[in-house]
Design a binder for this molecule. Structure first.
Ligand code: BTN
Length: 334
C-alpha cells in the first residue's frame, strides 16, 4: 500500500524528504504521495510539510497497528512473525483459537485495541477498554504433555516482567501462579487455553492470552476491580508506548518459547523464584469450592510451578494452580 511505503520511507529518514523524492523512489504520483500523507495524518501521524524541503515525520500515534509494532520489533524466531492487529475483537483468545483450527502458523500473534468480551480465568470477564491496554494472544504448538501446561502460563508471566522492565525500568512481581503485580496490585492477566486431541490426549495447540493494563487511570476500572488493579501509568507515572511494549512482549515470548522447546528453562525458573512475591511470606489459600480458608507459609515452587507451602503444623503441601486462589495476608498480593 502506498501509505505504508510513504510511512516506512519517512521513518527511515532523520530529516525532510521532498515530495519529488518520495514520488520517484516509491514510484507514486505526487498526488498519491499527498493522499498518503493526508491519510497518515488522519490516523494520528504528525507529518510536518515545509516549503521546498518536503515532509518530515515528527510524531507517531500510540496505535497497536502492525506498522507501529513492527517499527519496534526486532528479529524473532517464531512469535510475532505473523501479526494480526484489530481495532476491536470480542476476545483475542477466541480469534487465535479460530486461527489455530484453520492451521495458522506457530507463533501467530493476535492483538486488539479493545475487546468487547475479554475473558479471564474461571470465566470471569477481563475489562479491555479502547486505547488503554494491550490485549494479545499468541498461538503456540509446543511438544508438551498436558500436565505441564501450567508451566507455560508461569513462563509467560516471567516474559511479561522482562518486557515491562525493558520498556519502563520497573520490574513487576508475580503473585502465584501468574499474576504480574506492581505496588501490590494486578497489572496484567494471563489466560492460557489448550486444544487437545480427544482420542490421544495429545496437545494440538495452545493460546496464551495476555492483557496488560498500560494507560488506565483509576476511573477506567470498574468498582469491583478498582482496589485490586493497577496500570503502568498508575504505578510508575509513565505513559509507556503500547506498540513498544507489545513488541518487547513478543520478543520475550519468542525467547521463552525457544527455551521451552530446547528444555532450557533453568534461567526462567530462577527468574520466577526471584519475581514471585509470595515466597517466604504467609499466604491465605481460598478454595474455589467455597471450603474453609487456610493460612500457610509459601516456601517454594516445584518444577511444574506448583506452590509448596508449610502449614501451621509444620507439614508441607503442594498446591496446583486451579485448586485454590492465593492471596497475601494483608492484601491482594502480599
Ligand atoms: C485473568 O486474570 O483471569 C486472565 C485474564 C486474561 C485476559 C487476556 S486479554 C487477551 C486475551 N483475550 C482474552 O479474552 N483474555 C486474554
Amino acid at each position: 500500500m502506498s501509505r505504508e511505503k510513504v510511512l516506512e520511507r519517512l521513518r527511515a529518514s532523520e530529516g525532510c524528504v521532498s515530495g519529488q523524492t518520495l514520488s520517484e523512489e516509491l514510484g507514486l504520483s505526487r498526488a498519491a504521495v499527498w493522499k498518503a500523507v493526508e491519510s497518515l495524518r488522519r490516523d494520528g501521524y504528525g507529518i510536518e510539510a515545509r516549503t521546498r524541503a518536503g515532509y518530515r515525520l515528527v510524531s507517531v500515534p500510540d496505535a497497536l497497528t502492525e506498522s507501529e509494532i513492527r517499527s519496534h520489533l526486532g528479529e524473532t524466531r517464531t512469535v510475532g512473525r505473523t501479526l494480526c492487529c484489530f481495532p476491536e475483537l470480542d476476545s483475542t483468545n477466541n480469534y487465535a483459537k479460530a486461527l489455530a483450527q484453520k492451521g495458522a502458523p506457530d507463533g501467530t500473534a493476535v492483538i486488539a485495541d479493545r475487546q468487547t468480551s475479554g475473558r479471564g480465568r474461571m470465566n470471569r470477564s477481563f475489562q479491555s477498554p479502547k486505547g488503554k491496554g494491550i490485549y494479545l494472544s499468541v498461538l503456540l504448538r509446543p511438544v508438551l504433555s498436558p500436565e505441564h501446561l501450567p508451566l507455560v502460563t508461569a513462563l509467560a508471566g516471567v516474559a511479561l516482567c522482562d518486557a515491562v522492565e525493558k520498556v519502563c525500568g520497573a520490574r513487576p512481581g508475580l503473585k502465584w501462579p501468574n499474576d504480574p503485580v506492581l505496588n501490590g496490585r494486578k497489572l496484567c492477566g494471563i489466560l492460557t487455553e489448550a486444544s487437545l486431541e480427544a482420542e490421544t490426549g495429545r496437545l494440538q495447540s495452545l493460546v496464551v492470552g495476555i492483557g496488560v493494563n498500560v494507560l488506565q487511570t483509576p476511573e477506567d476500572f470498574s468498582p469491583e476491580v478498582a482496589s485490586m488493579a493497577t496500570s503502568l501509568l498508575q504505578a510508575t507515572g509513565q505513559a509507556v508506548s503500547r506498540p513498544r511494549l507489545a513488541a518487547a512482549l513478543l520478543e520475550a515470548l519468542d525467547r521463552m518459547y525457544a527455551d521451552l522447546e530446547r528444555d532450557s528453562l533453568s534461567q526462567w525458573r530462577a527468574a520466577y523464584r526471584r519475581d514471585c512475591v509470595n515466597l517466604g511470606k504467609a499466604v491465605q489459600m481460598i478454595p474455589f469450592d467455597g471450603g474453609p480458608r487456610e493460612t500457610a507459609e509459601a516456601v517454594d515452587v516445584d518444577e511444574d510451578f506448583s506452590l509448596i507451602v508449610r502449614l501451621p503444623d509444620g507439614s508441607r503441601k503442594t498446591i496446583r494452580s486451579g485448586e485454590v486462589s492465593v492471596r497475601g495476608l494483608w492484601g491482594y498480593a502480599e
